[in-house]
Ligand binder design. Structure first.
Ligand SMILES: [Zn+2]
Length: 353
């Protein structure tokens, strides 16, 4: 374990023991906490094949599972969340924003990005049993299709690249790829981050260059982690009381799009959800949701598309007076230690960063 990771752990443990978590939770009790999960996988899902490939991803053991949490761990985290906070629904938050209805102290809203099938199979039963509402944001072009989201597909194609040289994005020279899984992870991680800043069409062109071979036999394993909900399954979640939101049509980085493309991504995904569910879709989660992925132009486009509530993923605490189209969320991980979980829930992470 690196010195940085060791000192982080010591700080998290020390601050919990010293009561810093409790103080922060009390100080922030009037501010809405919003958590973001992605894929919730069965407990017996194997962590293969590169469990040792930690590539600067902190507490996450394997980069291919970075957006997953095992259902047993999800249940454990939810028990802590329900003990320390009061779960509210997206409708409660909308009522608060638009009708001034107060939220309870220490209100927490759960959200899920990308629309993975296991949100219905694994996460929903746990949440229904515990009485926890959630907002599930789907990528409408992927609904019901046997595809991978572009960041996961990029990772898989680089990890399984079977030729001497790997093409690089952005006009960079091809590179010779090592066969060592940690090296491949590092390269995939770097290229994925680079592609997030490329104009969208350039990213698609690059991905197409990598699509010359079929995906490997491990495709099934990856699909198990990241398979998408169908519309019928989304309707089932809706009937069970979960709120369905938009996560755009194709999950592009919205700041890399032309104004017309940006408007189409926001409007068309909203329209598809409203058509399929026969009800309004007021909620949006910005793809990636970091500070480079959400700009004033993106927020204005979300407003023009008719969204009344939109979420980023910058990990900061919300202000007491919520900004409806810039609601802050905290990213949750399946690999959090006990101290790490408390620090994340109580708003300690931005202070440490
Ligand atoms: Zn996403």
């Amino acid at each position: 374990m690196s010195l940085r990771e060791l000192s982080k752990r010591a700080i998290l443990a020390g601050s919990r023991r010293a009561g810093v978590n409790w103080c922060l939770r009390t100080a922030l009790s009037h501010r809405l906490l919003v958590l973001c999960y992605h894929s919730v996988i069965p407990d017996d899902c194997p962590e293969r094949p590169c469990t040792k490939c930690v590539v600067g991803l902190g507490e996450r053991a394997c980069y291919r599972m970075r957006d997953t949490i095992k259902v047993g761990e999800f249940r454990r985290q939810l028990a802590v969340i329900c003990r320390l906070f009061r779960p509210v629904s997206a409708t409660d938050v909308l009522d608060h924003l638009e009708r001034g209805r107060p939220l309870p102290l220490r209100a927490v809203l759960l959200t899920f990005d990308d629309g993975f099938r296991n949100n219905l199979a694994c996460a929903a039963p746990v949440m229904l049993r515990m009485g926890v509402p959630a907002l599930i944001c789907v990528v409408t072009d992927h609904v019901g299709k046997p595809e991978l989201l572009w960041p996961q597909e990029l990772d898989e194609r680089i990890f399984n690249w079977n030729h001497a040289k790997l093409p690089m994005p952005g006009g960079q020279a091809d590179v010779v790829l090592s066969d060592e899984p940690p090296d491949r992870c590092r390269v995939a991680d770097r290229i994925r981050q680079f592609c997030k800043r490329l104009p969208n069409q350039e990213k698609i062109t690059y991905l197409n260059r990598l699509r010359q071979d079929p995906l490997s036999a491990e495709e099934q394993w990856i699909r198990q982690l990241y398979a998408f909900l169908s519309w019928e399954e989304i309707r089932e979640l809706d009937r069970s009381g979960f709120k369905i939101g938009s996560h755009t049509v194709t999950h592009p980085i919205l700041t890399t799009l032309s104004p017309a493309h940006l408007a189409a991504e926001l409007r068309n995904s909203k329209a598809a959800i409203e058509r399929e569910l026969q009800k309004p879709c007021p909620c949006l989660a910005y793809p990636n949701g970091g500070k480079h992925d959400v700009s004033p132009e993106v927020v204005a486009a979300a407003r023009n598309a008719g969204y009344r509530m939109a979420f980023n993923l910058m990990g900061r605490p919300n202000p007491e007076r919520l900004r409806p189209l810039e609601i802050e969320r905290v990213s949750m991980s399946g690999k959090l230690s006990e101290d790490g979980l408390y620090a994340r829930l109580n708003g300690l992470i931005p202070w440490l960063s």
